[in-house]
Write a protein that binds this ligand. Structure first.
Ligand code: TXA
Ligand code: MG
Length: 319
């Protein structure tokens, strides 16, 4: 049984965390699945619930930077500027870890990732639990990150102790991940904090791995460039005429014969980010044969969204 808790039941959620149970909670990015970061058996429950590969490390969530000295060995002064600029908020920083952090949290490595979320519910929960909380996104491994409590329950109902339903999570894209264990800092994942925001604050090199191949049920084609919308309507018409079940994920341009997953207006990238994972989940759930996706300019949050779309895509067509 998974208890669904309201935001005024934070104390119950906090007690479950302290008792070594897994609890899902909203953050300003996506929902996380938390457990006591200093308890290996508690953290093991996260891996079991998600079906997560044992070598993939977790982010430790804190309610205050004052928890850091007990967890991280040291950090360069350049990282402090980033903390001042973006904490609390969606930037995760990786530092050398203190020895008492269990190996299961860090994939056996000597560094740990730290994040100080800004979402009021996450902060209240972390404060009430008064322990560092390891939390990956609260989805089954390989599925899009959850942005609502319903998404979490779709994946993890019955597999976790509880969820705090705080309504839709914030921005809809995960935190930006920066390895600060050595200089220059290495950007490992582009997320809610953009390259443009980071530039000039610290020496940073791009180390984002090339996207893994698509894990969606449908065949996913991403169209980029100026003619993307036109190419998508042509392809949608041809595929639906051939009897395929087609979805189009794009901006304000429904295509006859296809289900339209609307990202909103191209001028409102934040709104598109907030809807993205919900649409990708729906595309999977409704078992389309083909999902045609309209790309967007690679700047600001658009660059983050494109990195997720490239991961989802089996094929990329440049128009
Ligand atoms: O916005 C977010 O970051 C959400 C919310 C819940 O905080 N969390 C999240 O966690 O996206 P997760 O586990 O789904 O993604 C964390 C990423 C993984 O790719 C993991 O490999 C990487 O961070 N990571 C964690 N610790 C690391 C470390 N010590 N070194 C390198 N990569 C690390
Ligand atoms: Mg994840």
């Amino acid at each position: 049984m998974t208890q669904v808790l309201k935001v005024d039941q934070i104390e119950i959620a906090a007690a479950l965390l302290r008792r070594g149970e897994c609890v899902a909670f909203p953050t300003e990015t996506v929902y996380g699945l938390g457990a006591d970061a200093l308890s290996a058996p508690a953290v093991a429950k996260i891996f079991a619930a998600k079906g997560r590969p044992a070598t993939k490390p977790l982010i430790i969530h804190c309610y205050s930077p004052s928890q850091l000295p007990a967890l991280a060995d040291h950090w360069p002064k350049e990282a402090e500027r980033l903390m001042e600029a973006f904490w609390p908020g969606p930037l995760t920083l990786i530092f050398k870890k203190k020895p008492h952090i269990p190996a299961i949290v860090t994939g056996g490595g000597d560094t740990a990732a730290f994040r100080f979320p800004s979402h009021p519910v996450a902060r209240r929960l972390l404060k009430a639990a008064a322990i560092p909380v390891a939390a990956p996104s609260a989805n089954i491994s390989g599925k899009p990150s959850p942005t609502t409590a319903a998404h979490v329950l779709e994946d993890l109902q019955g597999k976790i102790g509880a969820i705090v339903d705080g309504g839709p999570s914030g921005g809809g894209l995960e935190s930006t991940l920066l390895d600060c264990s050595a200089l220059p800092f290495r950007l490992l994942r582009l997320g809610a904090i953009t390259l443009e925001q980071l530039e000039g604050l610290a020496p940073i090199v791009w180390a984002v791995p090339p996207p893994a191949k698509g894990q969606m049920n449908a065949k996913v084609i991403l169209f980029t460039g100026a003619e993307a919308a036109a190419a998508i309507s042509q392809k949608a018409a041809a595929d639906s005429a051939a009897g395929l079940k087609v979805a189009v994920l794009g901006f304000g341009n429904p295509c006859p014969g296809a289900t339209f997953l609307d990202l909103g207006s191209e001028s409102d990238i934040r709104a598109a980010a907030a809807r993205l994972y919900s649409h990708l989940r729906r595309a999977d759930r409704e078992s389309f044969d083909v999902v045609l996706i309209q790309g967007l300019p690679e700047k600001g949050l658009g660059r983050t969204i494109m990195s997720r779309l490239r991961t989802a895509a089996d094929t990329i067509i440049e128009t």
